[in-house]
Design a protein around this ligand. Structure first.
Ligand code: SAM
Ligand code: SF4
Length: 518
């Protein structure tokens, strides 16, 4: 297509876009999408459970098609990310693809030629935020009809969400699912040159796509996906339906990625997965789990290695034995417990009891006496009694968690728990969350006090958000430290003497003649 044809096509698209936005919620149009572009599939736990026997395909042949290789030249993109680290990392991949297509990044919506909302479906309020943002973007689209607005991530895997966008938000140009990220170049082409909303959501189990380009958020810490999906089917959770089945990347691909990051000067990697310690369970040709992978990465010259998130059920002895070697394998373990009540854990399908969890904690502490434990907790699961909630409070103290992400249970369509009637009033749930958070704050503050007067190793990430004269970084145990020091220490591991402990952070001063540990 030459320049003249491209201009004509842009003119046609502009008119079509105007028509589409003006004629919102045409039922004819919606049924047409469903027939041609989109096979509606509600999150369905029965179907999802049957998927485990399907083969995982590995693809190493990603490339940008020639006809769209320069489509982004002179244009800008903005990706807004909601939710977990997995989404953050998917954004890095999408940014990589867009950059290879010639786009440049911007943080200003008005400057953007393409805006992607990378969404989270884990709780209702996460979804509400995204719908709010979709609404806010409508005037911009009316002003700038050539702007492409896309919705991707976990929400786009839900039929009800796609349906709602098709019916009420015709200013959206593109919806694509978590299994379709590598198809972004083709989807952008369709959105640029087609007249209709493009919807491509594969409700498949998922493959492993290697060699995707990435533009990482920083140059100090990096995410490395080691596996995708989840087969745990906790009764409250939508993730097994939005992210496909558990599938592991091959160890050699992961190790190569970590080595490459070392060569680029990265100081810390976090191995990522919804259920990171189920790593390797799907391999049929080798016996190789997270413990083995950590053992191999332990030998690589990278100062810090973390992993998240682990499931208590898959936390095996081999992993504990490997972590106990220390060195670059950090002794902060995020181990979501969800509830302290065995009955609630059973209803959640977590497949461990309170006692099993405590036994695992004992094992970890025996092998790694200084281990710091943090967790995730859900309060107000359907019909949770006051006694069952109290068991969560006592577990919190018994384990001595130093931090916790706490949530009120949010019903998710298609999950078994959402079908239960619930006798716990919302205000009771809120009070429980408040009480739990008070305890979390108290335990966090106590854990911080231990560092007062101590010297800790801090990986310096940059200037503090609140004060550019102060530097900020994290200790091995993931405690935020704000301190005065030279800007030249950014990107390095330095020693900082702690002068003040707060509830969620530490203040300090950099020790003179500090020894760099890299
Ligand atoms: N795979 C991890 C695990 O099993 O612990 C966590 C993944 S999930 C993205 C992060 C946290 O969100 C969970 O640990 C849980 O506490 C919370 N969560 C998931 N579904 C929820 C729901 N329906 N309502 C409230 N919190 C939820
Ligand atoms: Fe969701 Fe985590 Fe349970 Fe998987 S293990 S279903 S991601 S809470």
């Amino acid at each position: 297509m030459n320049e003249e044809q491209r201009k004509q096509q842009a003119q046609i698209n502009q008119e079509a876009n105007f028509d589409r936005i003006k004629n919102t919620s045409s039922d004819d149009m919606i049924s047409k999408y469903f027939q041609t572009n989109y096979e509606p599939q509600s999150p369905d736990i029965k179907k999802a459970r049957k998927r485990r026997k399907e083969d995982v395909q590995f693809h190493y042949d990603f490339s940008i098609p020639e006809d769209v290789a320069t489509v982004g030249k002179g244009k800008k993109f903005l990706i807004r990310t909601y939710g977990c680290q997995m989404n953050e990392h998917d954004t890095e991949v999408m940014a990589g693809i867009l950059t290879e297509m010639g786009y440049e990044s911007t943080s200003n919506t008005e400057d953007a030629d393409i805006i992607l909302l990378n969404t989270c479906a884990i709780r209702e309020n996460a979804e509400n935020k995204v719908f709010g943002e979709i609404g806010h973007l409508k005037p911009l689209k009316l002003e700038k009809p050539d702007l492409i607005i896309g919705v991707c991530g976990c929400m786009s895997q839900e039929e009800s969400v796609v349906d709602r966008i098709l019916k009420k938000h015709q200013h959206i140009d593109l919806i694509f699912g978590t299994h379709n990220i590598h198809r972004l170049p083709q989807l952008i082409k369709e959105a640029l040159f087609g007249k209709e909303m493009i919807v491509e959501v594969w409700s498949k189990e998922g493959d492993v796509i290697e060699n995707l380009p990435k533009v990482r958020k920083g140059k100090i810490k990096a995410w490395v996906n080691i596996m995708y999906g989840c087969d745990k089917f906790c009764t409250y959770c939508i993730v097994p339906m939005t992210r496909g089945k558990e599938r592991s990347r091959r160890p050699e691909d992961i190790i190569q990625e970590v080595r490459h990051l070392v060569a680029q000067g990265y100081q810390e990697v976090t191995l990522l997965g919804q259920n990171v310690n189920a790593y390797g369970k799907d391999f049929e040709d080798i016996q190789y789990g997270l413990g083995d992978l950590m053992n191999d990465i332990h030998k690589i010259d990278i100062p810090r290695v973390r992993f998240t998130t682990s499931h208590p059920r898959d936390f095996d002895d081999r992993l504990i034995e490997v972590l106990a070697q220390g060195g670059n394998l950090l002794d902060h373990i995020h181990l979501p417990v969800q509830s302290g009540s065995t009955e609630i854990l059973k209803k959640m399908n977590r497949k461990y009891s309170r006692e099993d969890y405590l036994e695992l904690v004992r094992k970890i502490r025996k092998a790694i006496p200084n281990a710091t434990l943090t967790t995730d907790i859900i309060v107000g699961f359907p019909n949770e009694t006051e006694e069952q909630f109290e068991e969560t409070m006592t577990l919190m103290e018994e384990v001595g968690f130093e931090a916790a992400y706490t949530y009120i249970y949010s019903p998710r369509e298609g999950t078994p728990a959402a079908r239960k009637t619930d006798d716990v009033p919302e205000d009771v749930k809120k009070k429980r969350l408040y009480r739990l958070n008070e305890l979390v704050n108290k335990q966090s503050a106590e854990s911080m006090r231990k560092y007062d007067g101590q010297t800790v190793k801090v990986l310096v990430e940059g200037e503090s958000k609140k004060d550019p004269d102060v530097l900020a970084g994290y200790t091995e145990k993931n405690k935020l430290v704000n301190f005065k020091g030279p800007k030249s220490s950014i990107g390095k591991i330095v020693e900082v003497e702690i002068t003040e402990a707060k509830t969620w952070s530490l203040n300090g001063i950099m020790v003179e003649n500090t020894v760099e540990v890299n």
